[in-house]
Design a protein around this ligand. Structure first.
Ligand code: ATP
Ligand code: MG
Length: 458
């Protein structure tokens, strides 16, 4: 960057995809896939491309503010090339007059705040966190009445709310690194909009590989599906025939942050309609999870690391005594040490629902199928609730990753069997704590229906 007629280097792109991303003249470019490929760095520093032009304006976005802060932090070195940072406006201004602004767009509708502004560079970091409406609306502010080209730049990992539109736009039926054109004729003149997807993986990031060689090993250590997404940047994350819950069912029914907060604020809603599922950690490295749903919305997933049975009992008591959730609306995993929590609660006079995976399935739900055991029935119930859009989930990547990892099979006599907890644990490298607690919360509702049918349940 030119400064006082001298050139100063504050950052150099690495050879390979990072350089390709900085060089491309395409209107729209997506950098991505895998984790750690040097995407955010490239997005941030490519915004400097035209700062010698006093009319140049750039905008860099993350969906939420806390995550944006990390990018702002990384931009500190802009000061070394004459940038002055204005905290209030979250904006760098350079000698020429050029500006680089940071922004976020958390809730649906926030994208409208960017209307009426003109930017020649708009960068979305982790585009998969944004909705298509946000992307399209903000992208429309990419305009240039000053003779510079307009560049829309994004980074993304597979997954997230934006996965479907990103795949459609940049990945499906397209070759990486190849430019695609959409042409429009206006007043007899043809205009082409060019887009390109540039993939990268951690192996392209030689600096990170050298400074933290264990990082790649950690990505290799991930459960199979996550490894495909984050180590290799595989976007085809929903193509397994024996996958119980399809990715797009989840992503189409995600609660927005705004809806979730509204939900949290009406905690005094009808307690009869609030259900909780508790998955008790069985081994030292598992998590105890509590999922809370009401009105068919998962609105909270609480996670506790390394807590003992007494603490878990107290958490369950608090749900009953402080949050007024009826004990019969709470379901508890009693296959392992959860049985101890069940007994503790009983001694307080609280009878919660026991989930014993291998026990008889509940006599409710699907009519055209039978289930191998209770676990199969309640997981099928969860799948159906998500598939039909009845149950809406929060955007919790860990939960979503678990849900899409679960496999099932249907035998010739139309009996449905869900992969056992042990099999799943072997395959994932961890037990599906989040998915289980959600499944149990929904099952507590099933128990209630079954009881209404006057069937004795054990
Ligand atoms: N050109 C570069 N010069 C110096 N360091 C770099 C460069 N590119 C990447 N790095 C280093 O690699 C690290 C990871 O890069 P970056 O955060 O851009 O990856 P990412 O692809 O955005 O990762 P994630 O998928 O986790 O968001 C950076 O923190 C930085 O230390
Ligand atoms: Mg990043």
């Amino acid at each position: 960057v030119k400064n006082d007629n001298k050139y100063k280097t504050i950052w150099t792109p690495q050879e390979g995809p990072q350089t390709a991303f900085l060089k491309t003249n395409a209107y729209e470019a997506l950098f991505g896939g895998a984790k750690g490929g040097g995407k955010s760095e490239a997005l941030l520093f490519s915004s400097l491309r035209f700062i010698d032009n006093g009319n140049y304006k750039a905008l860099i976005l993350r969906r939420t503010f806390p995550k944006l802060l990390e990018l702002i932090e990384r931009s500190r070195c802009f000061a070394a090339i004459g940038g002055k940072y204005n905290r209030q406006e979250r904006m760098w201004r350079f000698h020429s007059g050029a500006i680089i602004r940071f922004g976020h767009c958390e809730n649906p509708g926030d994208e409208l705040n960017y209307q009426g502004q003109e930017y020649q560079y708009i960068g979305f970091d982790q585009l998969e966190e944004f909705t298509e409406t946000m992307y399209e609306t903000i992208k429309a502010q990419g305009r240039s009445s000053i003779g510079l080209p307009v560049f829309i730049r994004s980074t993304a990992n597979p997954g997230g709310v934006g996965a479907i539109f990103i795949k459609r736009r940049f990945i499906d039926a397209k070759e990486p690194n190849r430019k695609y054109y959409r042409t429009y004729e206006l007043e007899g003149k043809k205009h082409s909009l060019c887009s390109v997807f540039i993939p990268s993986t951690v192996f392209d990031n030689k600096i990170l590989m050298k400074n933290d060689p264990a990082y790649a090993a950690k990505l290799m250590d991930l459960p199979e599906k996550m490894r495909r997404m984050y180590l290799y940047g595989d976007w085809n994350i929903d193509n397994e025939p024996d996958q119980l819950i399809k990715y797009e069912w989840i992503s189409e029914g995600l609660l927005t942050e705004e809806e979730r907060i509204r939900k949290l604020s009406c905690r005094n809603a009808d307690r009869e309609k609030v259900f909780a599922g508790i998955d008790v950690a069985r081994y030292g490295d598992d998590m105890t999870c509590i999922a809370i749903i009401s009105d068919d919305r998962l609105w909270e997933m609480r996670k506790y690391e390394k807590i003992d049975l007494v603490q878990t009992t107290n958490l369950a008591r608090a749900l009953i005594e402080e949050e007024n959730i009826p004990p019969e609306n709470i379901a508890l995993d009693c296959d392992g040490i959860g049985a101890g929590v069940f007994d503790n609660l009983k001694s307080y006079g609280y009878y919660v629902r026991q989930i014993i995976g291998g026990s008889r399935p509940l006599p409710v739900g699907e009519e055209s199928y039978t289930f191998r055991n209770l676990r199969s029935g309640i997981y099928w119930n969860l799948r159906e609730a998500i598939r039909t859009g009845k149950l809406k989930l929060i955007n919790d990547q860990l939960l979503i990753n678990e849900l899409i990892s679960i496999k099932y099979k249907i035998s010739q006599d139309r009996m449905i069997q869900i992969e056992s907890k042990e099999e799943l644990k072997k395959r994932l490298g961890k037990s599906p704590d989040y998915a289980d607690s959600l499944c149990y919360a929904l099952a507590a509702g099933l128990f209630k229906i079954a009881n209404g049918l006057n069937i004795t349940i054990f």
